[in-house]
Ligand binder design. Structure first.
Ligand SMILES: C[S@@+](CC[C@H](N)C(=O)[O-])C[C@H]1O[C@@H](n2cnc3c(N)ncnc32)[C@H](O)[C@@H]1O
Length: 265
């Protein structure tokens, strides 16, 4: 199972769903009594579900450390998405966010969601192959794209699933009701947050890239290609820090998420 740190989830979900929740409308949250958020991590989606409904929201994840953070937001239960520790029809909505892209067989997990739901199943999943970055450091956009592609080649699951979750819903025997798009846009600009300063330092030292080295090599990068990328990456990171010191650095990242909602037949 791919592991995620609390700080990574808090950083990458920062501001998500704060600008608009229109893409969540097909979930009909106001009509729910019991909602399950599978692969809830630190509960970033759970807190939105809780705020937008009068339902009892339960978070479920296989990682007990992340569940500790989620428990400050909703009630939590440890469990595997493929063998949920709940009886049939226990919830009227079972939903996940950025879980299916990490699973080798997303349709199997959706079928398990359908077992414990009496009414609807939903997935909020990104297309990580279509992330767009714009930056005042000229080299950053192309280098991020190169690093992302090298990483995605080695991941081994469908990281673009969000834009085509329909087929997994069909394989799980669900009738697809609707898909809506939500672009999660994160902007870095002065005054810089501690998280932005840390991200810049991780670029300049190459430590962020090093975390993904094994995955990139598994995806076909040679050691020489990786070392060459890391050298260019660190140089880019130093440019980012120089611009931050001059208060001129700006970066915008847009991650396309897709909300797919299915009905239990
Ligand atoms: C990218 S994180 C998303 C977390 C959260 N939904 C969010 O959007 O911030 C993926 C989460 O799925 C969990 N996960 C991965 N495989 C799982 C499985 N088989 N069963 C339950 N949870 C799983 C991970 O522990 C992690 O918390």
């Amino acid at each position: 199972m791919r592991e995620f740190s609390e700080s990574y989830l808090e950083r990458t979900r920062d501001g998500m769903w704060d600008d608009s929740r229109a893409a969540l409308e097909p979930l009909a949250l106001e009509s729910c009594n019991r909602i399950l958020d599978v692969g809830c991590g630190t509960g970033e989606l759970s807190r939105v579900l809780d705020a937008e409904s009068n339902a009892e929201v339960v978070g479920c994840d296989a990682d007990p450390t992340l569940l500790g953070a989620a428990s400050e937001r909703v009630s939590v239960v440890a469990g595997d998405a493929h063998r949920l520790p709940f009886a049939d029809d226990s919830f009227d909505l079972v939903v996940c966010q950025a879980l299916l892209i990490n699973l080798p067989d997303p349709a199997a997990a959706l079928a398990e969601f359908a077992r414990v739901s009496s009414d609807r199943v939903a997935a909020v999943e990104p297309n990580n192959a279509a992330v767009e970055v714009d930056s005042s450091v000229t080299s950053e956009r192309a280098l991020e794209k190169r690093a992302r592609n090298a990483y995605l080649d080695g991941v081994g699951t469908d990281v673009s699933l969000g834009s085509n979750a329909r087929s997994a819903f069909e394989s799980a025997g669900l009738d697809e009701l609707e898909t809506r798009r939500y672009d999660h846009v994160r902007t870095v600009e002065p005054p810089y947050s501690d998280a932005a300063l840390l991200a810049a330092r991780r670029k300049a030292t190459g430590s962020g890239l090093a975390d993904d080295r094994e995955t990139m090599l598994a995806g076909g990068q040679t050691e020489v290609e990786y070392d060459e990328l890391r050298g260019a990456w660190r140089e880019m990171g130093r440019d980012v820090i120089d611009q931050m010191e001059a208060r001129t650095y700006r970066r915008e990242e847009a991650v396309p998420f897709f909300v797919t909602v299915g009905q239990i037949p």
